[in-house]
Design a protein. Structure first.
Length: 157
């Protein structure tokens, strides 16, 4: 099986959304996906992209992706945050996740970023085992914080 990694195109948005929904199912949160194809098209391929994606193709069929964006650390400078590395369930265990991760690492190296970071669910042992191959630091001190869109609307600022 030939695996190729390439940059995502605007025409890939429907396939990207299918992978997003597959990940949401895997993470037991299918109702949490509020994003739409139209929104992803504008935010990923409009004048100011908010994210970038690398796609894995096996024999010409998209079977995985890495979605990342640039962030900034006052301590480290320009950074890349990997939002998702997703491999279609039927293609797992074939080295596709590794190829996606390595391609994203190459982007980080080419960009000279001060930090490449991501999150992993504490119960996702296969992903933790996979990420351990890259010798990352796992941070037990920081607590994730978020305010969702519906919560933002309730704030009177």
């Amino acid at each position: 099986m030939e695996i190729k990694i390439r940059k995502a195109l605007a025409s890939d948005i429907p396939t990207i959304m299918k992978l997003v929904h597959e990940l949401a199912e895997f993470e037991k949160q299918p109702d949490e996906v509020k994003n739409t194809e139209e929104q992803m098209l504008l935010e990923g391929f409009g004048p100011n992209p908010a994210f970038y994606a690398l796609l894995a193709e096996a024999n010409g069929k998209v079977c995985g992706m890495s979605v990342y964006f640039y962030s900034y650390s006052t301590w480290k400078g320009k950074s890349i945050y990997i939002d998702d590395v997703i491999v279609n369930e039927s293609y797992r265990g074939k080295g596709i996740g590794r190829k996606l991760m390595e391609a994203t690492i190459m982007v980080a190296k080419e960009e000279g970023v001060g930090k490449l970071h991501w999150q992993v669910l504490d119960w996702n042992e296969p992903a933790i085992k996979f990420y351990n191959k890259y010798n990352p630091s796992f941070d037990p001190e920081w607590i994730n914080c978020a305010i969702a869109k519906d919560q933002l609307s309730l704030l009177n600022y």
